[in-house]
Write a protein that binds this ligand. Structure first.
Ligand SMILES: [Zn+2]
Length: 393
C-alpha cells in the first residue's frame, strides 16, 4: 500500500505529528495513528535513536512533550485546570526509566502494571528516600486519560491518597482545633501556634505557609446591630498559579494575623526545618488527642494513615471540611477559596453530602440544634462569625 510505504519513509526520516501525517498522506488523523501503530508493531518503523542510543523522545522532557499522545494529554490537563508539568515530568521519568513509549500504555492495564512495577523497582533502588506520590498520581491520571477504567481502590493505581478510603472523617472538631492552638503554643512556641491557626483557617498550601504572611485586610460585618471583624488574605496558590481570597473568621486567628507585622515570616525557621518541625508537632498533637496511636500502624486508605504520613495535608483536609460546615455545605463556595474544584471536593467528602442533608437548616447561631455537636454548622459564613465572636440569640 502506497500510504503505508510513504508513512514508513516519512517516519523513518524523522518522527512527525499526527496532524502532519494526516495532511501529507491525505488520511484522517485516526487512520494515520492506526497505520503508524501497525507499522511500529511489526517493526517497519524503527523509532529514530540519538547517537548515544537514546530514543529522540527521551532525549529531553521537551522532546517528550512533542509526542502526539503527550500533547493530547497536556490539552486535557489544561482543560481540567491542572498544571501540565506536575503530571508530565513524572510520566516522562516513568516512560524513560522503563523505555516505554507512552502510547504503549494504551494496550492493557496489565501491561501498564508491569511497566509501573518495573519503574518503582528501579526508582526505589536509585532513590530509597524519595516518595512516589507524584508518579502515582501522574500515571493514574494518564491511564484514565487513555480510557482505562480504574477503580479508586485498584491495587497499583489507587486513587490519590486523599481521595476515597476513610479520609472523609479525617478532621479536627472545633474543640480539637482549640486544643491544637494550645498544644502548638506550649510545644512549639507562638510562631507555630500562628502557623497552625492560619493553616487551619485558610487551608493554604504548605509552600505559602513558609513564606511571608500574605497581605491581610481587615473586613467588617454587621450582625444583630453589632460590628464584627474578620480578615481577608489574598494568596497566589502555586499549584494552579491562581489568586484566591482566603477568609479568616475565627477571632483568635484574626487577632493573630493583625498582631503580625507587615512582611513578617509566619515562622522564622528556614523552610526545610520549619516544615519538619511543624509535621512532627502535628503528629505529636494527633497522638495527644488520640487520632494516632503507637500500637496501631494504619494502612493506606485508613484514617490513621493520613495523620501519620501526611500531617500537614490533614490540616488542609480538616480546614476544607470546616469551611463546608461554615457555608451550609456549599462546595462551589469552598472550591472558590482554593480547592481544586467542587467536584473533587465532593468526591473527597462523599459522606459530607449525607451529613449535609441531616444538617440542612441547622445553624449554631440562628437555629441551634437541640443536641450539642462538637462540630458547628452554620447557615452562612456571617453567622459563623457571629457565633465565634460570642453572639447568641
Ligand atoms: Zn444562621
Amino acid at each position: 500500500m502506497r500510504i503505508m510505504r510513504n508513512l514508513t519513509e516519512m517516519e523513518n526520516l524523522r518522527p512527525r505529528t499526527l496532524q502532519e501525517l494526516s495532511e501529507r498522506l491525505g488520511v484522517s488523523k485516526f487512520t494515520a495513528c492506526k497505520y503508524r501503530k501497525i507499522l511500529r508493531d511489526v517493526g517497519t518503523i524503527i523509532p529514530p535513536k540519538l547517537e548515544d542510543g537514546t530514543k529522540w523522545y527521551f532525549a529531553s522532557p521537551e522532546n517528550f512533550r512533542q509526542l502526539d499522545i503527550v500533547k493530547d494529554f497536556i490539552i486535557q490537563l489544561k482543560f481540567d485546570k491542572l498544571l501540565p508539568t506536575t503530571s508530565i515530568s513524572p510520566l516522562y521519568q516513568i516512560c524513560k526509566e522503563t523505555d516505554t513509549h507512552p502510547e504503549d500504555l494504551k494496550d492493557s492495564i496489565r501491561k501498564a502494571e508491569i511497566v509501573y512495577a518495573k519503574f518503582v523497582e528501579s526508582w526505589k533502588a536509585k532513590y530509597p528516600d524519595k516518595l512516589l506520590i507524584k508518579h502515582d498520581k501522574a500515571i493514574r491520571k494518564f491511564l484514565l486519560f487513555l480510557g482505562h477504567s480504574i477503580t479508586n481502590s485498584h491495587k497499583t493505581f489507587y486513587a490519590d491518597n486523599s481521595v476515597g478510603g476513610d479520609y472523609a472523617n479525617t478532621r479536627l472538631s472545633d474543640q480539637e482545633f482549640q486544643s491544637g492552638l494550645e498544644f502548638m503554643e506550649k510545644e512549639g512556641g507562638i510562631e507555630y501556634k500562628n502557623l497552625f491557626g492560619i493553616h487551619h483557617e485558610t487551608f493554604v498550601r504548605p509552600i505559602t505557609l513558609f513564606k511571608v504572611l500574605p497581605k491581610v485586610e481587615m473586613q467588617f460585618l454587621e450582625v444583630a446591630g453589632k460590628t464584627l471583624e474578620y480578615a481577608q488574605l489574598s494568596v497566589v496558590e502555586s499549584k494552579q498559579g491562581v489568586r484566591y481570597d482566603k477568609l479568616i473568621l475565627h477571632p483568635k486567628v484574626v487577632d493573630m494575623v493583625f498582631d503580625m507585622k507587615a512582611n513578617q515570616m509566619i515562622v522564622s525557621d528556614k523552610k526545610e526545618i520549619a516544615e519538619k518541625k511543624y509535621a512532627n508537632l502535628l503528629r505529636a498533637f494527633y497522638h495527644e488527642i488520640g487520632k494516632l496511636s503507637t500500637e496501631i500502624t494504619s494502612k493506606r486508605g485508613e484514617e490513621g494513615w493520613l495523620y501519620q504520613n501526611r500531617p500537614l495535608y490533614t490540616i488542609r483536609h480538616s480546614s476544607a471540611h470546616m469551611w463546608m460546615r461554615r457555608t451550609n455545605y456549599n462546595a462551589d463556595l469552598v472550591a472558590s477559596m482554593g480547592w481544586e474544584d467542587s467536584k473533587t471536593l465532593l468526591k473527597f467528602y462523599s459522606r459530607v453530602s449525607t451529613k449535609s442533608i441531616m444538617s440542612a437548616g441547622v445553624c449554631q447561631y440562628c437555629r441551634p440544634p437541640i443536641r450539642v455537636s462538637p462540630e458547628f454548622s452554620f447557615c452562612s459564613a456571617s453567622h459563623a462569625v457571629a457565633y465565634l465572636n460570642g453572639l447568641r440569640i
